[in-house]
Design a protein around this ligand. Structure first.
Ligand SMILES: *Cc1c(COP(=O)(O)O)cnc(C)c1O
Length: 367
């Protein structure tokens, strides 16, 4: 075993060690086929099995009914910024968007290519430090759909529950950085998408869960590769999918089930979050970015009293085996990402280091 490093990366991020070990073996030879996973045809029997097992495990995890399609696409969650309005927003309609961070901004930028985009709530004025509540939300009169980012990876904020949508509309959710971190009622959504590289697997594959009736007939002519309908019909292999990504996502799904499913994930994630937040609440050296009522259970954002100390913090942390703690340039400071596969010992090690660092630099802080 190489030296122990806790990987706090926001994505691609750490994966369960048992999944990595299984993948190591399956790269050489999967299912005793004499051929490794990287070398199997996406049309062959072995990959048929992988496709079906991955889909079945996903459905089992979230109890996804048959009225929903489960498939995967390429182009990252970022491509969903235009797939969504292209497939779901008629030219003469309005879609409502929650503006809660950088990824929401990216979606908001693409929607007007297809129809009208209405920002129904925004926390931009306070540097996206919170999730707007119902009192701050003003829907348009008849939105085609309501789009929200369930967890704002850069800001460290997360919706506690789904926003209530106006009658006749449905929710579209970018769940890239918190999918399957806690139980989810899929039937509250029209469409959910999630880039795999945070909670589900390797980069380069995006999970899509969509109500079948909503994607059956796009409101405009679209290139085939942009049609949800086609990717759903073809089990995510209209063209050659990232086969290793499908395989690994399937392994992560099986790991989630073996660990006890989404209630178990939530329990572990709450424990990890409590380690960090109870410390943050007990001190006044570090300055948290997210408002208390909007804190994320996946990404933890905080600052030292000065940018110089932030830089020193991340450097010294790295030397201790606490890796990738620099915050995104948008808000600076630090960001610790602790997705499903991140071990609780990492949260404890981080807080130990934070305490020590704060003691050493408390004098600078009080200035
Ligand atoms: C990481 C992330 C994305 C972007 O994913 P790509 O795969 O890089 O396109 C989009 N939305 C959220 C919430 C993310 O965390």
């Amino acid at each position: 075993m190489s030296k122990r490093v806790f990987n706090f990366s926001a994505g691609p991020a750490c994966l369960p060690p048992s999944v990595i070990r299984q993948a190591q073996a399956d790269i050489v030879d999967i299912f005793d086929s004499g051929i490794g996973i990287l070398e199997h045809s996406h049309r062959g029997k072995v990959f048929d099995r992988i496709t079906h097992e991955t889909e079945a495990a996903c459905r089992q995890i979230a109890n996804i009914p048959d009225t929903y399609a489960v498939f995967w696409m390429q182009g990252g969650a970022t491509s969903q910024c235009y797939f969504v309005p292209a497939n779901l927003l008629p030219a003469d309609r309005t879609a409502d968007y929650f503006e809660t961070g950088k990824w929401a901004e990216d979606s908001i930028a693409e929607a007007p290519l297809y129809g009208t985009c209405h920002i129904c709530a925004s926390s931009k004025a306070s540097k996206y430090d919170h999730i707007p509540g119902p009192a701050e939300t003003k829907y348009s009169s008849n939105p085609a759909y309501v789009h929200f980012t369930a967890n704002n990876t850069i800001m460290g904020t997360e919706f506690r529950s789904e926003p209530a949508v106006p009658a006749g509309s449905f929710l579209v959710c970018d769940a890239s950085s918190n999918i399957f971190s806690r139980p989810i009622d899929v039937t509250k959504y029209g469409l959910i998408y999630a880039g795999a590289q945070k909670n589900l697997g390797p980069a380069g594959i995006t999970l899509v869960i969509a109500r079948k009736d909503l994607i059956a007939s796009p409101p405009r002519a679209l290139p085939k590769m942009m049609q949800y309908r086609l990717h759903a019909e073809k089990e995510g292999r209209y063209n050659t999918p990232p086969t290793f990504g499908v395989y690994l996502m399937g392994q992560v799904f099986k790991w989630i089930l073996a660990e006890g499913g989404l209630t178990a994930m939530e329990e572990i994630n709450r424990e990890k979050a409590a380690v960090l937040y109870s410390f943050l609440d007990s001190q006044d050296f570090y300055i948290p970015h997210a408002r208390k009522d909007s804190r994320s259970m996946m990404n933890f954002t905080f600052k030292c009293p000065t940018p110089e100390l932030d830089a020193l913090f991340t450097k010294q942390a790295e030397a201790r085996g606490l890796d990738s703690l620099s915050g995104h340039r948008f808000i600076g400071g630090m960001r610790a990402s602790m997705y499903n596969a991140f071990p609780k010992e990492g949260a404890v090690a981080l807080v130990d280091f934070m305490k020590e660092f704060a003691r050493q630099h408390a004098a600078t802080a009080s200035r």
